[in-house]
Design a binder for this molecule. Structure first.
Ligand code: NDP
Length: 483
């Protein structure tokens, strides 16, 4: 059957090749609405790109729970044997939407689980920690990753100026400059929820939790030189590899694991378990198996399903909760807010974002409301109301109280913090070869940075370990011989 071409309002189009003009050599008529509609749509083909994580690659799949962790959580998505449809979007952080895929950068690892109790989004990275521990510094940090206002170029100086004044970043910088900072494909890296979240069970007990996603494809990485060569050949290497693998039926998988900390332990832990610059050592909090995720379906339309995919840490479901992690607290606001700006008020109603379970709310009107009022009765556009069978609260899903103590103040987040022990543990884990690459990658990211900033950074590296500081010094000399 031939499909008849129409305007967006459904009127059939007789000629899709020629504009309507007054005479063969004359001007176009204002009444050529087909043309006007076509041009107007083209003007609106882009939406604001994400300020961070603009360049991304995504696919759909499933999450199957293979172990029984019901003693920690009542979340239906985490009950043994449950399979839930999901979406994953991987991304670089700093580059714009057209940036090359194979750049050294942290990778976003965002997951959306379409659970029967609403969407659960775990918006993580391929690193278990982050550069900052206080969200107040996030816009400043991101400015150093983006373009200089005058030159419109990325600035190593801005980056190292900020980092050398923010020693809490050392742990994440160590991972970024290590082999893990340039994975060969999105399939060859781990994912981490990074933040501390909580789980709560049927008895109302709360446990702190960290989520881990271990690649079954193995860790693979490129050196800076290999990355540069690949970018010269293709800027879209991640899209090609992820899309291609799934088209070929090679479905990537990750083992899902958690670390659990009993609620009361948080008070006694020698480190702040809600600090995003810290991991929980596996020796103290071993990994517990949960299940497996598999990606097995490419999107039909990249823009509709990946560019418009809206992940937010605010999306949790009964049995999963937040924690006092400050960066998480800020992301709960800022991600949903970014999507309202980028996509519109009713962004969660777009097919890729819409829950697959029944959804009823009283949010009214606003841009792009194409779902009407989902409350159960046409007159019930407010609550409480006296109409039968309209959407009502369910005390059965009430979360146990989140215990918080302390006086409100602007506490110095750098005061007394140990920013060296965990990067040292990571440095100790690395082989000699890995260390040499770490030193060399760190030194090359310092190109063009004034000496006093480099010296300030090296003083911090010496506090991690003298080997680490000296390794970077040697690499700097090799790359920028003293004149
Ligand atoms: P473990 O030896 O038990 O764990 C070390 C972890 O380091 C493994 O999960 C391994 O991941 C990961 N790893 C190896 N090389 C790198 C790298 N270049 N960049 C990032 N991660 C890497 O030790 P601990 O749990 O005591 O942690 C020691 C240090 O390991 C930490 O300070 C932290 O820097 C790092 N780490 C710890 C994690 C944790 O949750 N405890 C998670 C990731 C890193 P894999 O299993 O994939 O090989």
């Amino acid at each position: 059957m031939t499909r008849r071409l129409t305007t967006t309002a459904g009127a059939p189009i007789a000629d899709n090749q020629n504009s309507l003009s007054a005479g063969e050599r004359g001007p176009i008529l204002m009444q050529d609405y087909q043309l006007l509609e076509k041009l107007a749509h083209q003007n609106r083909e882009r939406i604001p790109e994400r300020v961070v994580h603009a360049k991304g690659w995504g696919a759909f799949g499933s999450f199957t729970v293979t172990n029984d962790i019901s003693k920690y959580t009542r979340a239906k998505v985490l009950q043994p044997g449950t399979t839930t449809k999901m979406l994953a979007r991987f991304s670089t952080v700093a580059g714009e939407a057209g940036a090359a895929d194979h750049e050294r950068d942290v990778r976003g690892f965002a997951l959306k689980f379409y659970t029967e109790e609403g969407n659960w989004d775990l918006v993580g990275n391929n690193t278990p920690v982050f550069f900052i521990r206080d969200p107040y510094k996030f816009p400043d940090f991101i400015h150093t990753q983006k373009r200089h206002p005058k030159s419109n170029l990325r600035s190593n100086t801005a980056m190292w100026d900020f980092w050398s004044l923010s020693p809490e970043a050392l742990h994440q910088i160590t991972i970024l400059m290590s082999d893990r900072g340039l994975p060969t494909t999105p399939m060859n890296m781990n994912g981490y929820g990074s933040h501390t979240y909580s789980l709560w069970n049927e008895d109302g007990e709360r446990f702190w939790v960290k989520f881990h996603f271990k690649t079954r494809q193995g860790h693979k990485f490129y050196t800076n030189e290999e990355g540069a060569k690949i970018i010269g050949e293709t800027r879209e290497g991640y899209q090609e590899s992820l899309f291609g693998a799934i088209e070929n039926g090679e479905f990537p998988k990750w083992d899902v694991k958690i670390q659990i900390m009993p609620e009361a332990d948080a008070e006694q832990a020698p480190f702040n378990p809600f600090d995003l610059t810290r991991v929980w050592p596996h020796g103290d909090y071993p990994l517990i198996d949960v299940g497996v995720i598999e990606l097995n379906r490419n999107p039909e339309n990249y823009f509709a399903e990946i560019e418009q995919a809206a992940f937010s840490p605010s999306n949790i479901v009964p049995g999963i909760g937040f924690s006092p992690d400050r960066v998480l607290q800020a992301r709960i606001f800022s991600y949903a807010d970014a999507h309202r700006y980028r996509l519109g008020t009713h962004y969660e109603a777009l097919p890729v974002n819409a829950p697959k379970c029944p959804m009823h709310h009283y949010h009214k009107d606003g841009s792009m409301n194409f779902i009407g009022q989902k409350t159960g009765h046409i007159d019930a556009y407010y609550e409480p109301n006296s109409y039968a069978d309209t959407a009502k609260q369910d005390p059965g899903v009430a979360e146990p109280p989140l215990k918080i103590s302390g006086n409100a103040d602007r506490y110095d987040h750098r005061d007394g913090s140990d920013d060296y022990t965990q990067p040292r543990a990571l440095h100790n884990l690395m082989s000699q070869d890995e260390r040499q690459r770490l030193y060399s990658n760190t030194a090359s990211s310092m190109q063009g940075v004034p000496k006093e900033i480099i010296e300030r950074a090296l003083a911090h590296y010496d506090l991690i370990s003298k080997d680490y500081g000296d390794g970077i010094r040697r690499a700097l000399e090799k790359q920028q011989p003293a004149d």
